[in-house]
Design a protein around this ligand. Structure first.
Ligand code: PEP
Ligand code: MN
Length: 339
């Protein structure tokens, strides 16, 4: 249910409504709008009739049901698009397109520092790099773990770029959160509900990748898991899905962008690197993503892709990344965005 407060409702009236929501066994979520506040009451639907009684309280305009199964993520509860603040000068979901770039995995200090400076120079606003790597084979490089997190923090200190890195399990979520500015949930963990709930309890932005076999509705339900625990800073990421096509690593579902934009207020980012698996296709799909309305991109960049520990074939060398960024500016401009 959404409780829409009157434009001039007082804080006291709002607090009374919050108290009542809690008494009825729901979780209140206050969303501050430009002219009025709305309060989401989420929880077990069985008390619907009782919630309607809130309509007669002071300061309440009306009470409306949220029809979608995802509530806090839905545009029904919040009409304006959300902007997720990452650092003092980076927010995802505003006019500025945010490019997150860096290697698939942190491999050593020299590599991450070199890439960090290169992507910053080309216009990236966030540095990516995996420290805990979810690999298909147990015999593949599993990441530098905490050592990798420390090197990412060093790269942030050197460049000023905020960092994004993946969290693989609830047990080390706090450790990763000590270092990272954005916590990434990978495609293989997109329905790991215990992990989603854990990140919902931390107050750090989360980039949630779409599971490779997940529907858009399932993606939104995963976002709902994070948000219902109290963390509203969720960024969605389309990174390609499994189809019968084998010419690309996955199939980039570009139509997910306008669909998500209609269904949710959360920002949408596209990862053309994992979607295509081939560096030749990364730039065209990045341009298409921006044309389709994405708020940002995640791009893998490596100084020596042939020797990369993981995902070399889809990684751009810094020079190619810079060329892509220069052209991307034109697409940003016609899309009424900045880069
Ligand atoms: C990654 O970002 O390096 C990664 C493993 O991505 P995904 O979860 O989309 O495969
Ligand atoms: Mn990768």
């Amino acid at each position: 249910m959404i409780i829409v407060m009157k434009a001039g409702a007082t804080k006291r009236e709002r607090d009374e409504v919050i108290k009542k929501i809690k008494e009825l066994g729901y979780k209140p979520h206050v969303i501050h709008g430009t002219t009025r506040d709305v309060i989401g009451a989420v929880g077990d639907e069985r008390g619907k009739v009782v919630l309607q009684s809130i309509e007669s309280m002071q300061g309440v305009e009306n009470v409306v049901p949220i029809l979608k199964p995802y509530k806090l993520a839905s545009r029904e509860i919040k009409k304006e698009s959300s902007s997720i603040k990452i650092s003092d000068n980076v927010a995802i979901g505003d006019k500025d397109i945010i490019v997150m770039a860096g290697p698939c995995a942190v491999e050593n200090e020299e590599q991450i520092i070199e890439v960090a400076f290169a992507v910053k120079k080309a216009g990236a606003k966030v540095l990516r790099g995996g420290a805990f790597k979810p690999r298909t084979s147990p015999y593949s490089f599993q990441g530098m773990k905490e050592e990798g997190l420390k090197l990412l923090a060093k790269a942030r200190e050197a460049t000023g770029l905020p960092i994004i890195t993946e969290v693989m399990n609830p047990e080390n979520a706090e450790l990763v959160a000590e270092y990272a500015d954005i916590l990434q949930i990978g495609t293989r963990n997109a329905q790991n509900f215990e992990l989603l709930k854990k990140l919902g309890q931390l107050q750090k932005p989360v980039l949630l990748k779409r599971g490779m076999s997940m529907t858009i509705q399932e993606l939104l339900m995963s976002a709902e898991y994070i948000m219902s625990e109290g963390n509203q800073s969720v960024i969605l990421c389309e990174r390609g899905i499994r189809t019968f096509e084998t010419a690309t690593r996955n199939t980039l579902d570009l139509s997910a962008i306008p669909v998500l934009k209609e269904k949710t207020h959360l920002p949408v980012v596209v990862d053309p690197s994992h979607a295509t698996g081939n560096y030749h296709y990364v730039a065209p799909m990045a341009f298409a993503a921006i044309a389709a309305g994405a708020d940002g991109l995640m791009i893998e960049v490596h100084p020596d892709p042939e020797r990369a520990f993981s995902d070399g074939p889809q990684s751009l060398v810094p020079k190619k990344f810079a060329l892509m960024m220069a052209k991307l500016r034109l697409f940003a401009e016609v899309s009424d965005r900045t880069l």
